[in-house]
Design a protein around this ligand. Structure first.
Ligand SMILES: CC(C)(COP(=O)(O)OP(=O)(O)OC[C@H]1O[C@@H](n2cnc3c(N)ncnc32)[C@H](O)[C@@H]1OP(=O)(O)O)[C@@H](O)C(=O)NCCC(=O)NCCS
Length: 167
């Protein structure tokens, strides 16, 4: 089934839908501790939700993606973290996640992002250009799942730190 998917920035009246979609998407996720919806709320409360987009099908919100700034070696250098991304179960595998990711990367590009990191399945994220890079380290996670996408400039080296909402 193909749908007309509309991607747009979140509005205040989307907040409940975003929370429900995030809880549901990660409910049975093997590598989740089911706190992703709290991370989104904490980022929003702290004005650290740099980009928050929803996907709509027939004017109903069916997916969400968040980006927040990350530090590399204790400094913000215009790199972002993509997390979390969630699609309602019955709308998965229909391109909604891909459209959220591609639109989100465009939006951070417009904010002059130099790159983006995420923790996720290489098999899925390789298609958007994300790859594991030895020089960018997120301590405590298997390096093959910590993926980066360079958007401009040179690839930095160092330790990644997400916003405290993630800890
Ligand atoms: C991951 C997620 C956002 C992808 O969204 P989606 O709308 O289903 O994805 P798309 O339709 O754009 O892409 C579907 C493709 O991704 C693949 N895919 C989806 N999740 C995958 C995963 N965890 N690992 C590997 N491939 C995956 C599908 O097999 C499909 O492959 P194909 O194009 O070769 O058939 C969505 O499945 C989801 O919300 N999952 C639960 C929450 C989650 O895992 N979030 C990401 C954590 S990093």
């Amino acid at each position: 089934m193909t749908h007309n998917i509309n991607i747009r920035p979140e509005r205040i009246d989307d907040i409940n839908d975003i929370e429900k979609i995030t809880i549901e998407a990660f409910k049975n996720h093997p590598h989740s501790n089911q706190t992703e919806h709290e991370i989104v709320a904490r980022l929003r409360d702290d004005n650290a939700l740099s980009v928050s987009l929803v996907a709509e099908v027939n004017n109903v919100v069916v997916g969400h993606i968040a980006f927040s700034k990350v530090k590399i070696n204790n400094e913000f250098i215009q790199w972002y973290g993509l997390a979390p991304v969630s699609v309602k179960a019955e709308y998965q595998n229909q391109g909604v996640g891909s459209q959220l990711i591609l639109s989100g990367l465009n939006v951070i590009g417009e904010l002059n992002a130099k790159g983006c990191v995420l923790l996720g399945e290489p098999e899925y994220y390789n298609r958007f250009g994300f790859k594991a890079f030895e020089g960018l380290v997120f301590k405590g996670v298997p390096p093959e799942y910590f993926l980066s996408l360079l958007l401009s400039g040179d690839m930095p080296n160092g330790n990644i730190e997400y916003h405290k909402a993630f800890s």
